[in-house]
Design a binder for this molecule. Structure first.
Ligand code: TXA
Ligand code: MG
Length: 340
């Protein structure tokens, strides 16, 4: 199959989706792999194309909250307030749904489902024109870093999907926060950290928002099924390094003759750049820029030829958006951190 880049031709992308084809769409977090959520065979193609385990449920993308209402069995008392404040945006909400209102392939057989209204003008227009809820897992091969540009999607899936809707670089760079609202008697619980942080939710709601213990203690089983899988891993080994240990780490691996790549902020890169093979500098010192550049940096350094022996990536403080950055980085590095 030839994979088409849909630049200004939304109608063609809409038509393909209506016919049960798989089309990648841009969002503010990462690119998604779109298919009609109500068409079981279209959704099955998404799993096949990604090589995704079938017990990992998908997010249903919508263009407003009204489109979600018919699926909901029990609405959480805080749902409207959360939607009003944070949609469209990088926040996925889990609701208890009416039995059989979505195909089992979408929910992984759970009684709940995940919904999100992405904040990207092109994709909101696509959703409006299609008048269909679209599943949208990240548009990467399962296990690889999520795509933040159409080129990343093309690299992983060319020839396997009908097309890619061009929408520029994803501005946030890490996937949405997943928030469990399935039990109306319990406070909201974060199952996956993202750009809508615990602090932001608590400020809006005026109450404590819980965090899945798995995100705190690695021994716990995650409540979001997808969080248990290997993720975000380039072929080149990745290791975390605290900023204070960066120079030490670079000298250590330099002595061992490693071909080394480093991902860090511009000021950190300035300290070590003449001692390593290749660097990827985030746009500035802020954690927002680190999150935006994380996946694209991992992809870029993974494609060096000859291959690097190791990619060192600096850590950020584990709070606010830093929680999402560290969550993805720990998975990419399989928890390995440099000990000076
Ligand atoms: O930012 C994003 O959310 C991107 C863009 C494309 O919208 N999409 C994305 O989808 O990251 P995906 O499939 O890679 O991640 C969905 C996550 C998985 O961790 C999955 O286990 C969880 O949401 N999830 C889906 N349905 C769930 C449910 N009913 N209960 C708990 N977790 C659920
Ligand atoms: Mg994913």
């Amino acid at each position: 199959m030839e994979t088409i880049i849909f630049d200004q031709q939304l109608e063609q992308a809409v038509e393909a989706l209506k016919q049960g084809e798989v089309v990648s769409f841009p969002t503010e977090t990462v690119y998604g792999l779109g298919a009609n959520a109500l068409d079981e065979s279209a959704v099955k193609k998404v799993f096949a194309v990604k090589g995704r385990p079938s017990d990992n449920p998908l997010i249903v993308h919508v263009y407003d909250f009204d489109q979600v209402q018919p699926f909901i069995q029990t609405k959480h008392p805080l749902a409207e307030k959360i939607v009003e404040q944070f949609w469209p945006g990088p926040l996925t909400l889990i609701f208890e749904i009416k039995p059989e209102s979505l195909p089992k392939v979408v929910t992984g057989g759970l009684s709940t489902a995940a919904f999100r209204m992405p904040n990207h003008p092109v994709t909101l227009e696509l959703l409006r024109q299609a008048q269909l809820p679209l599943v949208g897992p990240s548009a990467n091969t399962s296990g690889k870093p999520s795509p933040t540009s159409s080129a990343h999607v093309y690299h992983d899936l060319k020839g396997k999907i009908k097309g890619i809707v061009e929408g520029g670089q994803s501005q946030i760079g890490v996937e949405s926060t997943v928030l469990d609202l399935s039990n109306p008697n319990l406070p909201p619980m974060i199952l996956r950290p993202g750009a809508i942080t615990k602090e932001m939710l608590e400020a809006t709601l005026g109450l404590e928002v819980l965090i899945d213990q798995h995100l705190v203690k690695e021994s716990e089983t995650p409540k979001a099924p997808g969080m248990k899988y290997k993720h975000y891993s380039p072929d080149t080994p990745v290791m975390m390094v605290a900023p204070k240990d960066l120079l030490h780490a670079v000298r250590h691996f330099g002595k061992e003759n490693y071909r080394l790549g480093v991902m860090a902020t511009p000021s950190q890169i300035a300290l070590i750049k003449d001692q390593v093979q290749t660097c990827f500098a985030y746009e500035d010192e802020k954690v927002q820029s680190a999150a935006k550049g994380l996946f694209s940096g991992l992809r870029q350094l993974d494609e060096q030829s000859p291959k690097l022996d190791l990619i060192l990536v600096v850590t950020f403080e584990n709070k606010g958006l830093g929680m999402a950055y560290m969550n993805r980085l720990k998975k990419a590095a399989a928890q390995k951190i440099y000990q000076a």
